[in-house]
Design a protein around this ligand. Structure first.
Ligand code: TRP
Length: 331
């Protein structure tokens, strides 16, 4: 069975865009592949979180993934730092990672520009750590967005380089897992672009938002002055609301508002009220489950320990073999 692996940054709460973009697909993957999903807490140190924030974020992300239906019995769901062999493989790969190629990485250049006072070595070697994550389980497929494709390309470079250097077909070259048509792009509520937590207050709806907050965010979503004539094309903000409606509401509801729009009788307030209620209907069970899980330290601890054990079975074996290949041998 092929191995699929994905890393999740522990940076705050999941929103509808994460759900319909990635998680819905992870739920399918876990039925069909040998899956490793891990929370990338080593990676998050590049931005220097406090110990309390680091732990809190990891816990929240773990609770949220479990709430969406990621099944720790079916997949290996683990916390990156619970597999310290990752750090050893990272060190070994760094010996063959070159300053020039690391400096050329787009995400590095962007981060360096955004945080000029914290251009640390972890930021520079982010792609080596990501390669260690992937290669430690000899993953074949990695579901990644466009922004991570360059990192995956570097993982392939590092894998090839290692194999060539030691004349050993050891690491498979991981391919990007492309969901193609299964990817639903969720727009934000601010009239343009996609839903994201960095896009500004009120743009994103989080799975853990309470119904009052959801109503407020939706009612404040950007619209326009209304259709100027029958069957007028929709402006981007209004099209966005219709796109959201398509995802969470019934086809009848969508048809109803389409008709009203085309007849110029639509009242955006009505559409928003309906949209908010349908989003709440979708998120409320998830929210309840998130709240329940995030206060159940005993269960979260059990999941984390089980994940760590499964991850180490695979990861420790790979690193042991790498050590032998490199020439660290017992006397
Ligand atoms: N870099 C990824 C992101 O920013 C997270 C990540 C870390 C990752 N290690 C990984 C993703 C390994 C896939 C495979 O989203």
């Amino acid at each position: 069975m092929e191995t699929v692996l994905s890393g999740i940054r522990p940076t705050g709460n999941l929103h509808l865009g994460n759900y319909f973009g990635a998680i819905r697909n992870f739920l399918k993957l876990q039925e069909e592949y040998n899956c490793y999903f891990f929370i990338a807490d080593y990676h998050s140190l590049t931005t220097h979180p406090t110990p309390a924030d680091l732990h809190g974020n990891v816990k929240q992300v773990l609770a949220e993934y479990l709430a969406t239906g990621i099944d720790p019995e079916k997949v290996t769901l683990y916390i990156q730092s619970d597999l310290p062999e990752t750090a050893e493989l990272y060190l070994l790969l760094n010996m063959n990672a070159y300053l020039g190629e690391l400096e050329r990485v787009t995400t590095f250049k962007e981060k360096a520009r955004k945080q000029p006072n914290n251009v640390n070595a972890g930021l520079l070697t982010y792609p080596t750590l990501m390669a260690a994550d992937i290669l430690i389980h000899k993953a074949h497929k990695v579901p990644v967005g466009k922004d991570q494709e360059q990192h995956l390309e570097m993982t392939r470079t590092f894998a090839r380089r290692f194999n060539r250097m030691y004349k050993h077909e050891f690491f498979p070259e991981p391919a990007a897992f492309n969901f193609g048509n299964d990817l639903i792009k969720i727009p934000g509520l601010d009239g343009s672009g996609k839903m994201g937590k960095s896009e500004g207050e009120g743009n994103a709806i989080f799975l853990a938002d309470d119904p009052k907050v959801i109503r407020k965010k939706v009612m404040r979503a950007v619209t326009d002055a209304g259709p100027a004539e029958p069957n007028a094309p929709k402006s981007e903000p209004v099209q966005n609301l219709f796109n959201l409606l398509e995802v969470v509401s019934s086809p009848d509801t969508v048809a109803h508002f389409e008709e009203q729009y085309n007849a110029c009788t639509i009242r955006y307030g009505d559409l928003k009220k309906q949209l908010a209620e349908d989003i709440i209907r979708f998120t409320e069970p998830l929210r309840d489950r998130i709240l329940e899980l995030s206060s159940d330290d005993k269960y979260l601890g059990k999941v984390a320990r089980m994940g760590a054990e499964k991850a180490r079975e695979s990861g420790a074996r790979t690193v042991k073999e790498v050590r032998e290949i490199i020439g660290f041998r017992k006397f």
